[in-house]
Design a protein around this ligand. Sequence first.
Ligand SMILES: C[S@@+](CC[C@H](N)C(=O)[O-])C[C@H]1O[C@@H](n2cnc3c(N)ncnc32)[C@H](O)[C@@H]1O
Length: 250
Amino acid sequence: MNQLVESNRKSWDKVAHYFNGVDALPSYGPFSQTEDELKLLDDLQNKKVLDIGYGSGHSLKYMAEEKGATELWGVDLSSEQKLTAEKTLQGLEPRLFCAPMEKDINLPKDYFDCVYSIYALGWTTDLRTTLTLIHSYLKKGGSFLFSWDHPLYPYIKSEKGVMTLEGTYQEEGLQTFEKFKGEDAPMTIHTRKLGTYINELIQAGFTIENVVESEVGERYKEEDAPISDRYYSLYKAHRFPSTVIIKARK
Ligand SMILES: C[S@@+](CC[C@H](N)C(=O)[O-])C[C@H]1O[C@@H](n2cnc3c(N)ncnc32)[C@H](O)[C@@H]1O
C-alpha cells in the first residue's frame, strides 16, 4: 500500500462512525435526486453487484432488499467500516474485502453485472488503475455507476449567500486536509476535473450512457432554503449541482 493510502486508511478508521448510513443508496448525494427519481440502475434481480467503497454497507443492503441482487461484494479501505458493514448486512452473506480500490486483490474478472460507487471513487489515488480494474470485474454488457461531489463544487464558496470561486479548478493534484470531521485525521485527496473522469472512463474501455449534474431532490423541494454558507446546503444545491453521477457500460 502506498504511504498516502496508508495514511488515509488510518484516518478513515477514525472517522468511519460519522458515515454510518450517510451517502448510501437510494441517495446519490447531499440534497440530490435519489435512485427512485433517476432510475439509473439496470434490473438487478438475481444479479451480482460489487460496491467500491461500501462504507457502512447501506448501499449493498439496498441492492439486496430493494433491487433483488443476490451476490453482494464490496471493497473498502477501512477495517472499521468493514465491521460496521458486517453488522448492517447480517444474514445477507456479503463478501466484503478490506483493501484499497486501486489494488488488484484478485476479485473475479468478467463476473459482475453491476459495479457501483457512492461517494467513494474520488478517494482513489490512481484513477486510471482503479477504472481499469473496475472494467475488468464487469461482464461484457455490465454497468458501472458512480456518484461523487461535482468536481467544480469544492471551489464554489458561499459568503453570506454570495457565491464566489475559490482556488483554481484548473489545477488537478493532491490536496491534504489536516482535519476531517473536526478530528485529527489528515486526508489527502486528488482533485480532478469533470473531463478527467469522463476521459479516464473512455480510456478504460467504457461507453458513457448518462452524466447527471444533480438537481435538488423531490424530498427537499418544499423545504425552505435559507442563506447558508455551509459546504453542503440546500441553498447552494438550488444554485449549483452538488453531485455528479455517471453511468457507463462495458
Ligand atoms: C463516504 S464513504 C462511502 C459511503 C458508502 N458508499 C455507503 O454506501 O455507505 C467513503 C468510503 O470510501 C472508503 N475509501 C476511501 N479511500 C478508499 C480507497 N482508496 N479504496 C477503497 N475505499 C476507500 C472509506 O473507507 C469510506 O468508507
